[in-house]
Every structure is written in C-alpha cells, then in structure tokens.
Design a binder for this molecule. Structure first.
Ligand SMILES: [Zn+2]
Length: 340
C-alpha cells in the first residue's frame, strides 16, 4: 500500500474558519460575541474531502494519508494559550471526524496547542487526548510558536523534554512543522517552512537530544529543507563541532519526506539520504497546487517522481509503506488490526 505521511485539511468547511475569526475577534475585543462552535454536517465534511484530498489520493494512487489540521492556520502566535487550546481542540476534532468517515483513507495527526513563552507541558493533555481517545498516531510540533521570530529555545533544550517524554511513552513521532509567518521577511511556505526544516536539523546536530531520548522520532518535512542539498556542509559541521557522525548522532531518529516538487530534487534526496530515512509524502492539498508547465503534471504529484527513480521495488516499498509503519508504530498496529 502507499502511505502518504504528509496531508493537511486545508479545505475544511467555511464555518470552521468563521469560528476562528470570531475567536480571534473576541480575544482582541472581549465585547465581541463569544464564538460559538461551528456546526458542520457530515455531508459538508464529505464534500470538502471527496472533491479534494480524497479525489487526488485516488487519482494519484495513494491509499492512506496521515492527516493533520491545516498547518498555516495553527498560528500559535495569535491569541493566548487558552485560545490556542480551544482552536487546537476544534481542529483536531474535525480531523477525527474525517478519519471516522474515511477510516481506510485517513489517519490522524494532531496540532498541539502551543503558544509563545508558554511551557510545552501545556500541550501534553491535548496530545494524550488525540492519541488515546481519537486514535491519532502522531503530532505536528512547531519549533517556532512565535511565527517567524524564533523566540523559543532550540528543540534540543530541556524545556521541550516534558513533551518528548510523553511522545516516547505514547510511542508517537512528531513532524517538525511551523505555521504561518508574521515576519514579513519570511514567506510562510517558501521561506519559513524551509528555514525551520533546516534549522531543526542543525539544532539536532548541535545538541545531544537523541542521547537523552534514543527512541524519539522526528519527521522533517519538505524533503528535509536545505539539508540533503548541503549534506557535505552538515557532515563537515558535525566534524568541526566535534559531534559524532550524522548516521549515529541524528539519522537514527530523523526522517525526511518526499515533498520536493521536482524530479532532480527527488533524485538528489535519494542519492544522499539513506532510503530507510525517507517517507513518502505529498503535502496535498497544500503549499504548491499548480501544474508544472515544463512537465504538464501537478508539482505536488510526488508519487510520480518516486516511481521514476531507478530503485528496486523493495526500496520503493520501504518508502511507500514500510518506513511509515516503522516510524508510526500506532499506524502499523491499526493497520494490522484491520489485517493490512
Ligand atoms: Zn505540511
């Protein structure tokens, strides 16, 4: 089967966004009406999925998407901790409903209710709720809840450890995923996302996180940002900084997805990065939705690039399925329970 490790609910029905607008308006001005939970019917959910993510999943031949709330809308920098808690619950509940409607096609990953300068411990309850009660298999962790100003400590800092302890206990990985940017220097998907992917990797080199948490696992999306292209730089930096080789220091715990929207990029990813560290992903419907005029194909039809690689069927099977089942053990367990 083909598992897409990176999909977002970017097409949630309008009332969901309306709730968010009301929520933020009420936060800015408490005399504004208290936001009411959006009423969204199953039919509205079906329509939003069947005409978008599910349609593309079927057309492009994937089977199951690891599905999370729209990343750019997490916007942890807006409102306060309570606003973030409430918004995250709404977003995660919607993902749970989609997964319940289409259990064969989607499995959930949660947004965490992070806020700048608020302890990550405040996110643990929602993680537990999503994993234990909603059947989710992982979380998205924002390394920069400030939305482009990087006020948080590096991911290797002990302030993050309470979440990591819980992730290890629950046996779930996190995708390192920033949200929208409120810094005009950084376009969200064009700069902020790529910066964060690259930044997280460098933090892992500098720190000793995986010595403290040998079982902790992260997916760095978007093909690992700039990392594979600059692999020599990172190996050289690890050496200069007297860090162990990347293979043992970082790459037993870190995985990259295939959200690289052209063939030469995928070729390079597979040439540089061990195949056991690559998970198939598309990030659809998401960052880049158009058709590449050079190929006539959608940029984010990432299966096409993997199919075109000169690698064995067994290697493709790892990238499409086995690696994801290894990195997301709860996904594997859920599939096995369904005899898959
Ligand atoms: Zn994403």
């Amino acid at each position: 089967m083909i598992i897409d490790c990176h999909g977002h609910y970017t097409t949630a029905p309008e009332p969901h966004q309306d709730f968010r607008k009301q929520q933020l308006a009420h936060f800015e001005n408490p005399s504004m009406p208290t936001p009411q939970a959006a009423r969204i019917s199953d039919d509205a959910l079906r329509e939003s999925i069947e005409n978008n993510q599910l349609k593309l999943q079927r057309e492009r031949g994937a089977d199951l998407t690891i599905f999370s709330p729209r990343a750019s809308a997490m916007a942890h920098h807006l409102g306060d901790s309570q606003v973030s808690q409430e918004w995250s619950r709404h977003c995660n509940d919607l993902i749970a409903r989609v997964c319940e409607l289409y259990p064969d096609n989607f499995i959930g990953v949660c947004q965490l209710p992070q806020s700048p300068d608020v302890s990550i411990s405040e996110s643990i309850h929602e993680l537990e709720r999503c994993i234990n009660e909603l059947g989710f298999v992982g979380c998205n962790l924002n390394p920069d809840p400030s939305g482009g100003h990087w006020t948080a400590k590096p991911l290797t800092d002990e302030s993050w450890y309470p979440l990591y302890e819980k992730m290890v206990e629950l046996d779930v990985p996190a995708m390192v995923h920033v949200s929208s940017s409120c810094n005009v220097n950084f376009h969200a998907t064009g700069a902020h996302y790529m910066n964060a992917d690259t930044t997280a990797f460098m933090q892992f080199i500098q720190g000793d996180l995986f010595r403290d948490f040998p079982d902790l696992r992260f997916i760095i999306p978007h093909g690992g940002g700039a990392v594979p292209y600059h692999w020599g730089r990172y190996r050289g930096l690890a050496d200069m900084l007297k860090r162990p080789p990347l293979a043992t220091h970082v790459m037993k715990n870190v995985y990259f997805d295939t959200c690289v929207y052209h063939q030469p990029g995928i070729d390079l990813l597979f040439e540089v990065i061990d195949i056991d560290n690559i998970l198939f992903g598309s990030e659809m419907v998401g960052a880049v939705r158009g058709i590449d005029p050079e190929t006539g194909q959608y940029f984010d039809d990432t299966r096409r690039y993997v199919d075109a690689l000169d690698i064995s069927d067994d290697d493709k099977h790892r990238v499409f399925e086995r690696n994801a089942r290894r990195v997301y053990p709860r996904l594997d367990k859920t599939l096995k329970a369904r005899a898959k």
